[in-house]
Write a protein that binds this ligand. Sequence first.
Ligand code: SF4
Ligand code: SF4
Length: 358
Amino acid sequence: MSFESDLRKSAGFISREHLALWLDQIAEQMLLIAPRDVDGFILYRKANGAVDIVWEYTRPVMPIKDALFPPTERLFSIDKCHQEVRLIETEPPPEQVLFGVRPCDAHGLQALDALFLTTDPVDTYYARRREKSTLIGLACNEMGPSCFCTSMGSAPDDPRYVDILLEEVRGGYLVEIVTTKGATLLNRVPMITQPFTGVRNKKDWSSNPIYDYPPLDTWQTGFDDPFWKATSERCLSCRACAYVCPTCRCFDVRDEPLPGEGETKHYERIRCWDSCTGEAYRRIAGGHNPRPEKEQRLRNRFYCKFYYFPMQYGPAACTGCGRCIDICPAGVDITEVLQYMANAISLEVTQPVKGSER
Ligand code: SF4
Ligand code: SF4
């Protein structure tokens, strides 16, 4: 599977009309997911053609991870009749084109790939969706009030994690083919493009605020800082911050009983998103919970993103999309956490990270 930027070449300019035509053709041949207005909320959803798509938006309320790692997913079904057990596999997912993906959302898939694809065992359910998905990115025209992707090594026009990137210019879009997967889609559903003769409205993002990304040793020394208790007093453990996050990937698995036939009992094994800020997240058999306090759970959320994940996989598990800032009912702001930790060089607390809580 090639999910890397391995091609990077310009395909020229496409007018709005021709782009709409191209999207209509895609929707006829495969599943098209694109930003849509759902009761006043912009969400990535199935689109039957260009007419369904919303074009003016900062970023959808939920990330594109829904299309690859659904909030609730049936893994397989189980029929049980006396001692006989039969497993019924779920239908493989359809080929899908994810259109209008913001660079921060595409960037978030890096974290999902690290866990589900490049670490054994490979997650079959994620892998087959990922393989059948082509990402068409749409560069942002501006950064929203809570966006800080430029602090996390990315940018509103970052092409690296999509297969094709579109950038709005006068009358249409510039098209960049980023991966061979993007080129394959264009071979299958050709675009009507022409050489670009206009002026590219290249933005300078440097005027946006930059939050320092504290180095790993700062996190080492900040584990017992009173900041965590003070911040967690606001947290409601509602888990909303994880559900809107393009990089959060924890899940729970359970068997759901469904109506059976005769003596046959029917179950579905499902997995659904979970979050480390929830009280029961780490509770184990016997009722022991290594993170019973809110401050431990909220701290874990940030340590997972900026310490544990980078230690294991390299990059931080945050793309700077800012969704968790917008959604938090208690005003917990990840940029305040980053700033605090970046300034924590003068902390007197020197307790090392406790492995027993992880
Ligand atoms: S959204 Fe805010 S209140 Fe809810 S769990 Fe996250 S930090 Fe806590
Ligand atoms: S800003 Fe918040 S929601 Fe967005 S990637 Fe970072 S932690 Fe996740």
